[in-house]
Design a protein. Structure first.
Ligand code: C6P
Length: 420
């Protein structure tokens, strides 16, 4: 088995994380799968949850459960305080200027759809242009196609090279005064490419376009500062950042969110209702109709605390080491081809093996306790562009280890043996 010579920087970053102690915080990592220890390498699909998150949600249901923003009784006030504290935790985590710039939604998909349905329907007109990229997840393609169908706007796509990097010259050439909105992924889920989002935003702003960044795969792995980026909208899901499913975040600059009409009407989003006229509540409630996901918001807040306790810089450095090690180890296996070789990458290794379908790779690896994802990863245009029907994908979290990458490599060698 190969090893990589460690640079002093790598050794320092590895020393920063106490991996056995971290792993002990994730009880599920002790599961046996088909009699083998679980090696969980499907973190881009969803991450596992630490005890801190599970216990925060349990505590809420055991001691606090009540509806928020509605009751004068003690439990309701407690629930409201914890819910709004979670919003503030998220605000500070991404450095939003104000808590009301954090809108709780069901997940990244709902956040993008909310911007397309609300902002898009109000401000995008026939002949306007929306720019996305080849690297997008379907949730950052389809809502814009639906908006274009409704409005007669045009969808333009930033091309990418064979390594999975966006063609920035082509991007600049696409921008014009017709460009009203740019929506680009921060980190590709299918390939791991880290896009130069600060530059993408700056160039779009020169043309007066508003920019949404899909941060689903960025927020769990690197520090994100929405003000430094000058992002207009930034979206992500709790379940990919060690929090529960069922909740995610739409960050938006206050002035933009204020300009947006609600797309759902109901409780909590109103100030007053008569049969003649309804007046809407202030932000963030205007865009959060109905009882929110209260326990989930509290769980997300606990995930933010947990991540900040470890430190995003240490997490990014440790995962960069895992990626470098994994890239080297998998590159040495004859017949394995890595898909997505951008210079700037996060912890994703997509690969194919000659003459073996990725679903077969995934199934055989599962027999060894190795959880990877196989398929098009909800990014079919990426697969089409790189001329592969699907890939197998290992995606890392800070609880993964070099030993687990060695286990993946051994599993891949067995797959190749089985298929002769
Ligand atoms: N990617 C993956 O295995 P939701 O489903 O709303 O939580 O997240 C959607 C989404 C949006 N953007 C990006 C970049 C994503 O990676 C995802 C979800 C998962 O890659 C499930 S398809």
């Amino acid at each position: 088995m190969s090893t990589i010579t460690e640079s002093p920087a790598t050794v320092t970053s590895l020393a920063l994380l106490d991996i056995p102690a971290i792993r002990a915080q994730f009880p599920i990592l002790g599961e046996m799968i088909h009699g083998k220890p679980l090696v969980y390498l499907d973190n881009a699909a969803t991450t596992q949850k630490p005890l801190a998150v599970i216990e925060a949600m349990n505590r809420y249901y055991l001691h606090t459960n009540a509806n928020v923003h509605r009751g004068v009784h003690t439990l309701s006030q407690r629930a409201t305080t914890e819910f709004e504290n979670a919003r503030r935790k998220v605000q500070h985590f991404i450095n939003a200027a104000k808590p009301e710039e954090v809108i709780f939604v069901r997940g990244c998909t709902e956040a993008i759809n909310l911007v397309a349905s609300s902002y898009g329907t109000k401000f995008i007109k026939t002949g306007d242009e929306i720019v996305i990229s080849y690297l997008e997840h379907h949730s950052n393609i389809v809502p814009w196609q639906m908006l274009c169908e409704r409005t007669g706007a045009l969808l333009k796509v930033i091309p990418m090279n064979d390594a999975g990097e966006l063609d920035m010259a082509a991007y600049e050439a696409l921008l014009s005064d017709r460009t009203k909105l740019v929506s680009v992924v921060h980190v590709s889920n299918a390939l791991g490419t880290i896009n130069p989002v600060a530059t993408i935003i700056e160039l779009a702003h020169r043309h007066g376009a508003v920019v949404l960044i899909d941060g689903a795969q960025a927020v769990p792995h690197t520090g994100v500062d929405v003000q430094a980026l000058d992002a207009d909208f930034y979206t992500f899901s709790s379940h990919k950042m060690y929090g529960p499913t069922g909740i995610g975040v739409l960050y938006g600059k206050k002035a933009l969110l204020e300009s947006m009409p609600p797309v759902q009407g109901g409780g909590d989003m109103i100030l007053s209702v008569t049969f003649e006229k309804t007046t809407y509540n202030k932000l963030p409630y205007k865009l959060e109709a109905g009882t929110p996901a209260i326990a989930e918001a509290i769980g997300l807040g606990a995930a933010v605390d947990y991540l900040q306790g470890i430190g995003m810089a240490a997490i990014a450095a440790y995962e960069a080491d895992l990626l470098a090690y994994g890239t080297e180890v998998l590159s040495q296996i004859p017949g394995v081809r890595l898909i997505g070789t951008a210079k700037e990458k996060a912890g994703v290794l997509s690969f194919v093996i000659e003459n073996i379908h990725p679903h077969d790779i995934g199934t055989i690896l599962d027999h060894d306790g190795l959880a990877v994802r196989a398929g098009h990863h909800c990014a079919q245009p990426v697969m089409d562009r790189l001329k592969v029907p699907a890939t197998a994908r290992a995606s890392f979290a800070f609880y993964n280890t070099r030993e687990e990458i060695d286990a993946l490599a051994a599993g891949i060698r067995r797959v190749i043996e089985v298929f002769g």
